[in-house]
Design a binder for this molecule. Structure first.
Ligand code: C5P
Length: 255
């Protein structure tokens, strides 16, 4: 089925990106100054932003507050993985920063996931679980003694997160269709490992294009270097949003 043209998209009244941007830009910068300079070049109507371990360790809660003051919703990507009490308390502290989304590792197990959910009740900050890092492949699983291929392990971890009442999971776009089949639509599938067609995958192993990720059932796309290292990040963001929008309209228009 052909992708709808931008004018047709506008005519259908299905423009969504201003209300619920699907791209989460990974702010993988070493310090507050670089992160804020870059974020100021983005439009909060076109994306959300992700603050990860490197930046949060360097710049902390102050940075989160400053980004929020620029109008951005923040995904705090600290991937907590520890004993249940420690993770629950860390989640409470993160929720006090008024972040839109935060995450923990599903590999922490049922008691850790449930403790985190209890600490951050549904309906406030979205709490999601990382299944397997998209940089991992089968040989990495074997190294740490995990049986099965990545798809099987991801499926098991996603079901565990769902069962513990989490709001969604981080997974590879390639795993999204399988997870969509076993979870309902309100369970967020957040997918990193996104690359434009023909671009370098960097160290990511299980990658996909934005269009393909949306077609596979992803709700939010985490994209770092393709945007942060672009000459014109705003332009790339616009192109990516157009690609996503086309894919979403096609899905909505499908019988
Ligand atoms: O630059 P790139 O698009 O590869 O950035 C991907 C971002 O998504 C990084 O910030 C990385 O930490 C994060 N991420 C990931 N794989 C996961 C979870 C998060 O690549 N499973």
């Amino acid at each position: 089925m052909p992708v709808l043209s931008p004018s047709k998209v506008a005519a259908t009244g299905l423009r969504w990106c201003m209300k619920n941007p699907r791209i989460i830009v990974a702010l993988d910068f070493p310090d507050l100054k670089q992160a804020l300079n870059f974020t100021a070049r983005l439009d909060p109507a076109a994306c959300r932003v992700k603050v990860g371990k490197e930046l949060f360790t360097a710049a902390g809660p102050l940075l989160v507050e400053k980004i929020r003051n620029l109008g951005f919703e923040v995904f705090l990507d600290l991937k907590f993985h520890d004993i249940p009490t420690t993770v629950a308390n860390a989640c409470k502290a993160a929720a006090r920063l008024d972040v839109w989304m935060m995450n923990i590792h599903a590999l922490g197990g049922r008691r850790m996931l449930s403790a985190a959910r209890e600490a951050v009740p549904a309906g406030v900050t979205k709490l999601i679980a990382v299944t397997l890092l998209t940089s991992m492949e089968r040989s990495d699983l074997n190294d740490i003694g995990l049986e099965g291929n990545p798809e099987e392990v991801v499926r098991r971890l996603a079901l565990l997160a769902w069962d513990c009442g989490l709001d969604g999971v981080v997974c590879s776009p390639l795993e999204a269709p399988g997870l969509r089949e076993i979870t309902d639509e309100g369970f967020y599938l957040v997918t990193p490992g996104i690359r434009l067609a023909q671009a370098s995958p960097d160290e990511q192993k299980r990658v996909s294009t934005p269009r393909h990720a949306i077609e596979n059932g992803a709700d939010y796309l985490v994209i770092g270097r393709p945007i942060t290292q672009a000459m014109d990040p705003g332009l790339i963001l616009q192109r990516l949003n157009d690609e996503i929008e086309g894919a979403m309209c096609q899905i909505k228009a499908a019988p």
